[in-house]
Design a protein around this ligand. Structure first.
Ligand SMILES: *Cc1c(COP(=O)(O)O)cnc(C)c1O
Length: 412
């Protein structure tokens, strides 16, 4: 099939999600392919932030803890995230960050498997996950980390009766490879372990079915595909069956049974509330709340179809037009992938910079990977075509040789 501007426009005209683009604020001269790192700004978020600042804080002052539902934000936001990850009510709170929530659930899971000393994780996991695991294990005697990709070839090879907890990413942050959540959960549980899923790169990119898979714990962020804004609070899922016995280590007053009794001695709240820690960052919930309301109108099946279409189209075009120029597609070509595409080229960093100068934003992950995220709510098939055109032009011009690309900023 030859891809023409007309055929891309026809695909956009037939896109059932097309109207969502108007609900985001996007600069007209930018093709934004970094929604997997920081989602775009929903228009409704701007209004909501102003409302929270002016009315709830400005006029309502401290009374808003009750009248504006501030105290319950982690729970109310959690109930809005729940359907996006296949969770029945009462199992999700939104608070803190992914790193902190991972620490909490890992600790809780370890305590539920006394007598087992091994945590299994992936050598290629997002580093903060591994760093937090190291931190948690450093507080305990005789526990050890076993890495898939270093100490064992795959999950099956890493599992035995010593394994207490397995920490897995649903979508690999670098390659975009998609794990089989139900199957991996089954395998780990069959050997008696508990599983912690990191959903950072899958929530909002595809349907996630935690309850159906019998999952134990999950964490994830809300500032990527969920468009909650820079540093918006993360979520934590704990299956109902673990909630009465799971104890988390960050035992702050908001996870206490009676925070306003101000008693001596920590007693965890019933249910998922015990995974809260401290005062919620109310201003950070404002844009997230607006975005999660927008997600209530979204059909996740349509998101998945469009995600596969956009990423598939991008990979096809890159391979046919840039394969000979040394660009290699790293992301799996079958459907076991998330909503971003990873490419490799010896001059990846310079190409990402040259694309940015042409209005096409992607990102770079050391040592040689370019990542391009395709957020289905606001990207068009035409954007895919424009991105590949720009890349072809940058490579033909050997743009990486430009001296100004030699300096790298802190965030790449
Ligand atoms: C983005 C991301 C994080 C981010 O963690 P923070 O605590 O929000 O900084 C963690 N894990 C994965 C897999 C991610 O993709």
């Amino acid at each position: 099939m030859t891809i023409t501007d007309d055929s891309l426009a026809a695909l956009d005209a037939a896109d059932p999600l097309a109207a969502f683009r108007d609900r985001f604020r996007l600069p007209s001269d930018v093709v934004y392919l970094v929604g997997n790192s920081l989602g775009a700004l929903p228009e409704a978020a701007r209004t909501r932030v102003t409302e929270v600042v002016d009315e709830e804080w400005g006029d309502g002052l401290v009374g808003s803890w009750n009248t504006a539902g501030w105290f319950d934000k982690p729970r109310t936001a959690g109930e809005l995230v729940a359907p996006l990850i296949g969770a029945a009510p009462g199992q999700v709170v939104v608070c803190d960050t992914t790193s902190l929530n991972l620490y909490k659930v890992l600790f809780a899971a370890l305590a539920l498997r006394p007598g087992r000393g091994v945590v299994v994780a992936e050598a290629h996991a997002f580093p903060t996950d591994l760093y937090m695991i190291e931190g948690a294990l450093g507080t305990q005697e005789g526990k050890q980390l076993r890495l898939i990709g270093r100490d064992a070839p795959d999950l099956a090879g890493a599992l035995d009766s010593d394994v207490a907890v397995v920490v897995l990413s649903h979508v690999d942050y670098r390659t975009s490879a998609l794990a089989d959540l139900a199957e991996a959960t089954r395998q780990a549980q069959e050997c008696g372990a508990l599983v912690v899923w990191d959903l950072c790169h899958s929530v909002g990119a595809l349907p996630v079915e935690l309850d159906a898979a019998g999952a134990d714990f999950a964490v994830g962020c809300t500032y990527k595909y969920l468009n909650g804004g820079p540093g918006s609070p993360a979520f934590v899922y704990v299956a109902r069956r673990h909630q009465d016995t799971a104890r988390q280590p960050l035992s702050g007053w908001h996870g206490h049974r009676a925070p306003f009794a101000f008693t001596v001695g920590y007693e965890p709240a019933d249910g998922i509330d015990r995974f809260r820690t401290s005062t919620p960052q109310i201003l950070s919930y404002a844009p997230l709340e607006a975005s999660l309301r927008l997600w209530q109108d979204v059909d996740l099946g349509q998101v998945r179809s469009k995600s596969l279409a956009l990423t598939g189209l991008f990979m096809d075009l890159v391979e046919s037009r840039l394969g000979d120029a040394g660009v290699e597609v790293v992301t799996p070509r079958d459907e076991r992938r998330g909503s971003h595409v990873a490419l490799r080229h010896e001059h990846s960093y310079g190409i990402v910079r040259a694309l940015a100068d042409r209005g096409v934003l992607g990102d770079f992950r050391a040592p040689d990977t370019m990542r391009f995220g395709f957020a289905p709510l606001y990207l068009r098939h035409a954007d895919v075509g424009n991105a590949v055109d720009a890349m072809e032009e940058a490579i033909a011009a050997r743009a990486w040789e430009r001296p100004e690309y030699a300096n790298r900023p802190t965030v790449t």
